[in-house]
Write a protein that binds this ligand. Structure first.
Ligand code: NDP
Ligand code: OXD
Length: 310
């Protein structure tokens, strides 16, 4: 096997990666064995590498991010200059995210947190249900994952709008773009789905002013990155009823510290950064296809732009 890939992933599943890469004739070596393979490694598949580590590989040609987001690769000494970075775009990651978003929008739309509370208090209290087509889901970040979630929500008959940097054409989804169109987007959004990357422009975007532009009683679902949200502002908006509920998968600090008020907040549901997880069986195909393209001198797919941040 002439293609050697160094793997540093979250979760402890190197043998799974190695088995899947072997099917594509790629030899995976574990991160801890870097010293032994320094000369032969041409590719690296990484999540949160230590500064300087990738620069110590003299024959490295392409870096693959285990994650769709590349914010874990931003920082002094993390990525050697001139080495392309490919981000993760693969079917299971997209499918998992669509499930997480649809599940949480439906959960709020159908008032499940209220019925769950009623059940603990043995309260039988039917409430009138609204139609999905009378409600608007707004997707903040209409990229690969945002567009897939938008299409799925539209299939469930929600009115779906999206916000991105550039105009988008997603069937039946109204596209808003740029700073000027953020306000009209927010004013209509009853279910805010956050799927932006964390960049210099987006950090802290979900602050008090932003939350106050949503209709009163809107819901927030954050599967993008924790630092997109100003925690104190979201907590205040929840306490004041401006935001009726939040499903949070990502946090400013992960693992979420035990003292965080989110843990005990009655209107907050927490998951430990699992909205969608990169699966070796499917993602190795994306990596192998790109390695093949690289060997044939073809352009790589899903190249990230480190200076832009996504
Ligand atoms: P994409 O790069 O495909 O999409 C990003 C979207 O954000 C694009 O529509 C882009 O606009 C928009 N965007 C970026 N910057 C701005 C800005 N300043 N103003 C307005 N819009 C902006 O990314 P993915 O959809 O693949 O992934 C999105 C994020 O989801 C990842 O970066 C990651 O943080 C998160 N994620 C979380 C997971 C989890 O388990 N919680 C799993 C996977 C991903 P345009 O297209 O116009 O440039
Ligand atoms: C990702 C993630 O960006 O898992 O893919 O957070």
């Amino acid at each position: 096997m002439s293609n050697v890939i160094l793997v540093k992933s979250d979760f402890d599943r190197f043998s799974e990666w190695a088995d899947e890469f072997r099917k594509h004739d790629i030899l995976a070596v574990p991160w801890d064995d870097m010293a032994r393979h320094r000369e032969t490694v041409k590719y690296a598949l990484v999540w949160q590498p230590e500064p300087g580590a990738l620069a110590s590989l003299p024959n490295l040609e392409v870096i693959f991010s285990v994650a769709a987001g590349i914010d874990h690769l931003k920082g002094e000494g993390l990525v050697p200059a001139g080495i392309p970075v490919v981000r993760m775009v693969e079917d299971s990651l997209t499918a998992g995210m669509v499930e997480y978003i649809v599940y949480n929008v439906l959960r709020f739309h159908r008032e499940m947190p209220v019925y769950e509370r009623d059940q603990t208090n043995r309260i039988w209290k039917p409430r009138v249900q609204q139609s999905a087509w009378d409600r608007t889901a707004g997707i903040l970040g209409l990229g690969v994952l945002g567009s897939a979630a938008a299409v799925a929500l539209h299939r469930l008959q929600f009115n779906v709008i999206g916000w991105s940097r550039n105009p988008k054409q997603v069937p039946e989804v109204t596209s808003y773009f740029g700073q000027d169109q953020l306000e009209p987007f927010l004013e209509q959004t009853e279910f805010l789905v956050i799927l932006l990357p964390l960049t210099e422009d987006t950090g802290g975007i979900v602050n008090r002013d932003f939350l106050n532009k949503l209709p009163r009683g809107a819901y927030v679902i954050n599967a993008g990155r924790g630092p997109l949200v100003v925690d104190e502002d979201l907590l205040a908006a929840l306490d004041q009823g401006q935001i009726a509920g939040a499903a949070l998968d990502v946090f400013n600090q992960e693992p979420l510290p035990t003292e965080s008020p989110y843990w005990k907040h009655p209107a907050v549901t927490i998951t430990p950064h699992v909205a969608s997880i990169t699966l070796p069986a499917t993602s190795t195909r994306h990596v192998a296809d790109n390695i093949q393209r690289h060997r044939e001198g073809k352009p790589l797919t899903h190249l990230a732009d480190l200076s832009r941040g996504y």
